[in-house]
Design a binder for this molecule. Structure first.
Ligand code: GDP
Length: 451
């Protein structure tokens, strides 16, 4: 209930130097006044030092800040209490606050209130959650831009253009008798085409963002024993993949997530592409094949000492149409003329590599970054939009085509105006100006408590 005063810990239940408790709602100040030993010292936006008291017992020494509405995160009166970071203390203070009239907050309730009170739009609210859960630098910087309105501004600009267009078309309805035209059909179509381009561009930026948030898959492939697991290990600097001299040991897909160029990257150590001798091997090979088919970037490894044979060529053939990075591994065992010798066979540059000495690792990282810049066009400007937003944009693009068709078929202006309103409403759902309760609940329930 929006009338309740809510409270929640904003820090996880672990022992740490500080624990933070948040309170929001009209009763915040009254509640804190009744549990703090210097209530008279509390004034908006000032830090106050004192003790939390329960029946003359000191629960903890704290500092607290009172934010008077509307100048707070939720737009309501709020208090943040900074106590010592012991979960027992945090719990005691929370219990005391609840005994004095507040209730425990639902997940995401602070952000939901901020949204309902008009402090943030829905794209910013979702971005706040993404800042907390982000797993790469790109996601963090992109979420922060989105928190500051980057996605909202683009959506609102498109919406303003549609509102103007609709007004022009509706003016035409009012003056139909007088035969005054406010916008020609051709102009209206041109504008719709223009807006469609903007929507396409926005959708593209959201799709790239969605892809990056999930992480980019890069399988490491090559025949058995060329050093795939060792390379993965080197990259991860861990011992997760089993390295052994018996060919075909990696029977499952070993997946590790790391960052390249600030982007979350899922590296897969695939089973060697070879003839399976048993069911487990067959399954491993099948999994590798699926991963290779669904990935657009692949690391292919061959043994620099043994050179490229027909088996390697067959593997190269299979990934013909993919963006690939080719590593000549075990370069420590041979001379450095490998790259020149095999360049023509593979049809591109080869990175001289050694999982043993680490040679070539910097080149590999540089190459992956370059490919990202190239493949994920303009990814610095993409959005951390989730599937909800992508769906709304797709629906908007379908709708804009409908409007165009209606205009071309010279349908009544009222019908076109009605359809344009549906389109505008769809865009309003992205920022949350129109926001059915179930949508809000599903968005905010994904948040953690205290946010
Ligand atoms: P995979 O079957 O392709 O995953 O190959 P592994 O990573 O299991 O490596 C097979 C063998 O080659 C192991 O004995 C590794 O120690 C060895 N090996 C891997 N990379 C290198 C390298 O760069 N130099 C040398 N000298 N040996 C390597």
């Amino acid at each position: 209930m929006l009338n309740d005063t809510i409270c929640a810990p904003a820090t996880p239940p672990i022992n740490s130097p500080l624990g933070i408790i948040r309170i929001s709602g009209s009763e915040s100040l009254r509640v804190v006044n009744s549990i703090f030993n210097y209530p008279e010292k509390i004034k908006p936006r000032y830090v106050v030092y004192g003790s939390i008291i329960d029946n003359n017992e000191i629960i903890d020494d704290v500092v607290l800040v009172f934010y008077q509405n509307p100048q707070s995160f939720t737009g309501e009166d709020m208090v943040d209490i900074f106590c010592h970071g012991n979960p027992i203390i945090v719990k005691k203070i929370i219990n005391l606050i609840i005994r004095n009239g507040a209730v425990m907050a639902e997940p995401g309730e602070f952000s939901k209130r901020a949204f309902i009170n008009g402090k943030i739009d829905l794209t910013a609210a979702e971005a706040i959650n993404q800042v907390i859960t982000a797993r790469s630098e790109w996601e963090i910087s992109s979420s922060i831009r989105q928190m500051h309105g980057s996605l909202r501004d683009v959506v609102n600009e498109i919406k303003s253009r549609l509102i103007l267009l609709k007004a022009d078309i509706e003016a035409g309805i009012d003056f139909l008798e007088e035969d005054i035209e406010f916008i020609s059909e051709a102009d209206a179509i041109t504008q719709l085409d223009d807006i469609r381009i903007q929507l396409d561009n926005l959708l593209q930026r959201c799709r790239i963002g969605e892809k990056i948030s999930h992480g980019i898959d890069i399988p490491i492939i090559g025949k058995p024993n060329v050093g795939k697991s060792s390379i993965l290990n080197l990259i991860l600097n861990s011992e997760r993949a089993i390295v052994s001299n018996i060919p075909g040991t990696t029977r499952d897909l070993i997946n590790e997530t790391i960052q390249f160029a600030g982007i979350r990257t899922n590296l897969f150590d695939t089973a060697g592409i070879d003839k399976p001798t048993n069911e487990i091997e067959r399954k491993g090979i099948e999994l590798s094949q699926q991963k290779i088919d669904s990935s657009s970037i692949i690391i292919m490894v061959f043994d620099a000492y043994l050179g490229i044979n027909n088996e390697d060529k067959a593997i190269l053939e299979k990934i013909n149409n993919k963006k690939k990075i080719i590593l000549a591994n075990k370069i420590d065992l041979t001379t450095k003329d490998v790259a020149e010798k095999y360049k023509d066979i593979v049809g591109q540059n080869i990175i001289l590599f050694s999982a043993k000495t680490g040679e070539g690792l910097a080149d590999l990282e540089k190459e992956i970054s370059n490919i990202y810049k190239h493949e994920l066009v303009d990814y610095e400007n993409s959005f951390v939009a989730d599937i909800r937003i992508v769906n709304k944009l797709e629906a908007s693009i379908v709708k804009i085509q409908d409007c165009k068709r209606l205009l071309t078929h010279k349908e009544p202006l009222e019908v076109i105006s009605f359809e344009l309103q549906i389109l505008i409403d769809t865009l309003s759902e992205i920022t949350g100006e129109i926001s059915p309760d179930d949508v809000l609940n599903s968005i905010f329930s994904r948040f953690c408590i205290g946010k």
